[in-house]
Design a protein around this ligand. Sequence first.
Ligand SMILES: NC(=O)c1ccc[n+]([C@@H]2O[C@H](COP(=O)([O-])OP(=O)(O)OC[C@H]3O[C@@H](n4cnc5c(N)ncnc54)[C@H](O)[C@@H]3O)[C@@H](O)[C@H]2O)c1
Length: 333
Amino acid sequence: MTLRVAVVGLGGIGTRHADIYAADERCEVVAVCDAFVEKADAASQRYGCSAFTSVDEMISSVEIDIASVCTAGVENGGDHYEPTMALLNAGIPVLGEKPISNEIPKAREMVALAKEKGLRYGINLNHRFTPAALRAKEWIDDGRLGELNIVNMTMWINNPNESSQYFHMRALHPHSIDVMRYFCGDVKKVQAFFKKGEGRKIWSNVQVNMQFENGVIGHLTGSYDAGGSYGLERLEVVGSEARFVLLEACEHLEFYPRRSQQVETYAYLGDMMSFGETFESRITRWIDQNIEGPGPDEIDGSGEDALKAQLIIEAAIESWESGQVVDIEGTSQ
Ligand SMILES: NC(=O)c1ccc[n+]([C@@H]2O[C@H](COP(=O)([O-])OP(=O)(O)OC[C@H]3O[C@@H](n4cnc5c(N)ncnc54)[C@H](O)[C@@H]3O)[C@@H](O)[C@H]2O)c1
């Protein structure tokens, strides 16, 4: 079976999606679409396919089985809505980029339309698609950690972007929150403090407390003013019997039993060497799932997962602005 693939938005990230599809023998890139004709033409030459500047024109001209939407826009998510709605309305499953949207009503609409049409809708929540994360998830599911108590996540990079006051929270933390949800489930309550970094106009540092539905208590440290030399991401999940630490999404995984010194350390599980490779593992999983044909409800890293992460982000912002602990509404829709 060959999947006919379209990619919308051919910036750096769309090109990465298209390269991964093109290298997979189960896929053929049949169409590319970018609002800038130069980008669309360059991509059509790279993949030997048709080029479009309008999604509607692309949909009416080419048979498409699946599509990636790699637009950006306000807070890196403002442009995803229109092409995603057009593709879903045409019956085409979509893998979107994160954030699903910077606006919750639009995120809800896209998730609802995919559900109504019975279509697969995934988001590139790539940080959880690593052999190390999978191993750690198995430990939790097998009860190796006992009852989960605490999750701590740190995600930070140096990013000078000052385009909107909550850009850091909305554009970066879909990733960190998705990983926290992957291990600990849905979140019930959120409280946050923000701080502007030195000389900055935006809320570039954040500390978020979370209470999960299952009672786990979690904390997220985020920053656009830190990281630098090394260290994008550190996650720790603490249970009654053991805890694990996962570094850089895939590079190091450590298991610490509570009642013995038998620490286990794993480096580069599954030969995944760096964060960049998570694009390939995530998109390959998306291809697998479109070929194997699980129902839309079983898509890993779904639109609904991305919406739930965004609801937590908006709750953190509301908490900071109101000084209150905020209940997450409508997470289990
Ligand atoms: N998953 C990750 O780890 C990760 C990492 C970085 C960026 N991203 C996300 O990837 C997305 C794209 O990032 P980028 O840096 O490639 O952005 P970019 O701005 O370089 O590229 C986006 C492209 O989309 C095109 N576009 C916008 N609206 C369009 C429309 N309606 N129809 C056709 N083309 C349209 C633009 O012309 C542009 O070429 C963002 O949402 C960003 O948040 C994800």
